[in-house]
Design a binder for this molecule. Structure first.
Ligand code: GLU
Length: 599
């Protein structure tokens, strides 16, 4: 398996390293270095040469889920681009080569470290519900629509946020031309790329449960002549190239109004279970800058995505963990404290988090050290169902909020990447189409999201509304937790995050605890078994060492352990050391790390 991935990646890279965009390379670049990096990317190399671009002496690094996309990011960085330029270039390529995970038809979140000011910013490109969406739009005769049906429905499609996020980020930070950053993706779409195993492996199976092989556009693209694409097939997507070209020439208006928007609306309004998305919904979309959520942990500061996302859980889990950790803890006890911290934090997240523009999410109270201490002093019995706490009561204020219980389900279709540029800026970006291949609906060369199923779909008029209820124009709650950690001096320290639906907070928190408390390198932390403790069960990835031993220990301690052979994390992490950058790509996906050596 490993060998075949390596061989495939070798092929990919051979194709990718064709300098198709050489003509667009400005004079101040060092394409030869990037070329070297591409040739070696399979092994997560450090390039020996350096690139004279920024003013930061640690060089640059990009950790991304697909080598074509890592290459696009590194190319932009080598040309002196800002991390944001690299992020957009990488994502435009990911939308082409990893369409099962994210793309132009989806949305996402970018957390950004500004080297000059030392500030951490958060840009929200989450999809929005159409204005005609209703709280009961996923209900049929008092029962929630079965997930498979909801997933494939037009109702699941929200206004995509990716392109508006690109524009907002580029306007604020971009150093390269808007046109230049889309060139790698346009070239690959026109000239072709090699289908990866990850994408190809999904195709036969998904045809049995979803409409990817039936919907107009997606059927011909993914199943030419009725047969699923195979790993290693050369695939072109001229329609995607045209769409990107229109975005290059006309900006986001090309996407949110006009022909591309019309294609999106028509696809969302198609049978079965048409949605209500309109041209007005498309035109009204805006990416939003919100304050990042930051909180102290030990001598570090953890910053992440505020609601509608769940990044605050990183601060909750780390601080709960410290209260729950016995002195001189063994590895098993460390993992048990991690499990108990997650159970408490997930219960609060599930209950309180929703769109902050629609409900009052008590993030500050949930992060209050007094509340965290009180919460940790009442851990949940291993065999009990964790309940949410009430920070309002603990802090002597009014009850935090009253919501119906959450029933959100989040399967996997997402990607995460981390980038540090040669000026010392960093971005932590998680982008999604929600489920695998999103709604499986196609428009203008890409797939549309099914992000509306990230709302709590269940609705009972006799209960108060869930925090994450469907509301017109609202953003569904997300688990995505792109995070940036700062050291005691407020300097950039770590960039981390993962896909994985509801398991994202658990996957991401593992990288923080494992590097800081369990003595693991970044790659070892990424490789370490994933452990997810949400609700009554604890899932332990026994397919990786020492997963089985940890599962046995937790079982013995009375937890309801579910052993899982593999987990769908896609952790791409960078840690900043005083004299070098350390990066890791998740072996569970196909990503790579590219970097320059320290000057
Ligand atoms: N749509 C999910 C969210 O926003 C992510 C799904 C995934 O990670 O695959 O949290």
């Amino acid at each position: 398996m490993r060998l075949s991935i390596a061989v495939l990646l070798g092929l990919l890279l051979a194709n990718c390293s064709e300098p198709a965009d050489t003509a667009a390379v400005p004079d101040n670049t060092a394409p030869a270095v990037v070329q070297t990096a591409v040739e070696n990317a399979v092994d997560n190399i450090v390039v020996e040469n350096t690139v004279a671009t920024g003013d930061w002496d640690l060089g640059f690094m990009a950790a991304v889920a697909n080598p074509y996309a890592t290459d696009a990011a590194a190319t932009m960085l080598a040309r002196g681009g800002h991390a944001v330029d690299a992020a957009i270039a990488a994502h435009a390529v990911l939308g082409l080569v990893e369409p099962e995970s994210s793309g132009l038809g989806g949305g996402g979140f970018m957390v950004l470290y500004e080297a000059e000011s030392g500030e951490v910013r958060f840009l929200d490109g989450r999809e929005t519900a159409p204005m005609a969406a209703s709280i009961d739009m996923f209900m049929n005769d008092g029962e929630p629509m079965p997930y498979l049906q909801a997933w494939q429905s037009g109702r699941a499609v929200g206004v995509p946020g990716a392109v508006a996020l690109y524009k907002l980020a580029h306007e604020r930070y971009g150093q390269l031309d808007w046109a230049e950053i889309f060139q790698p993706a346009i070239n690959l779409a026109r000239e072709g790329f090699l289908v990866t195993e990850k994408m190809a492996n999904y195709l036969p199976g998904i045809a049995n449960i979803a409409r990817l092989d039936e919907n107009p556009g997606s059927a011909e693209y993914f199943y030419p002549n009725g047969e699923p694409l195979q790993a290693g097939d050369l695939l072109r997507n001229p329609e995607y190239a045209e769409t990107l070209q229109a975005i290059v020439e006309q900006g986001p208006d090309a996407f949110y109004t006009g022909e591309i928007a019309e294609a999106i609306v028509a696809s969302a309004q198609a049978e079965p279970n048409p949605g209500s998305l309109t041209m007005e919904d498309m035109a009204a979309y805006e990416a939003i800058e919100r304050p990042a959520v930051c909180g102290p942990w030990r001598e570090l500061t953890i910053c992440s995505a505020t609601p509608p996302s769940s990044g605050a859980m990183q601060i909750m889990v780390a601080n709960l963990y410290d209260h729950l950790l016995p002195e001189n803890a063994s590895q098993e006890q460390q993992v048990q404290a991690f499990v108990d911290a997650q159970r408490l934090a997930y219960a609060d997240r599930d209950y309180y988090f929703g769109d902050p523009d629609r409900v009052d999410v008590p993030v500050e109270q949930l992060l209050d050290p007094t509340y965290i201490e009180s919460r940790a002093s009442n851990p949940v019995a291993p065999d009990a169902m964790p309940e949410h706490g009430d920070p309002g009561m603990v802090l002597g204020e009014a009850a935090a909020a009253v919501f119906a219980p959450d029933s959100t389900r989040e399967p996997a279709g997402t990607t995460h990447y981390s980038i540090v540029d040669s000026y010392g800026n960093a971005v932590s970006v998680t982008m999604t189409v929600e489920s695998v291949f999103g709604s499986n609906r196609w428009a203008a060369g890409f797939l549309l999201n099914n992000e509306m199923t990230d709302f709590s779909r269940d609705y009972d008029p006799a209960l108060p509304e869930a925090a994450n209820a469907v509301r017109p124009g609202a953003r569904p709650r997300s688990s995505m937790s792109p995070s940036i950690l700062l050291d005691a001096d407020g300097e950039l320290y770590m960039v981390t995050g993962s896909p994985g639906g509801n398991s994202i907070p658990a996957y991401t928190a593992k990288t923080i605890l494992a590097t800081e408390d369990w003595g693991l390198s970044v790659q070892e932390a990424v490789d370490f078994p994933n452990i997810i403790a949400r609700g009554q069960t604890v899932r332990v990835e026994t397919g990786r060492e020492p997963g089985q031993a940890l599962a046995d220990y937790l079982n013995e301690a009375g937890y309801d352990v579910q052993e899982s052979e593999g987990e769908n994390s896609g952790l791409h992490v960078i840690r900043v050391h005083p004299d070098h950058l350390e990066g890791a790509a998740d072996p569970r996906r196909e990503g790579t790390v590219m970097t320059t050596a320290p000057l």
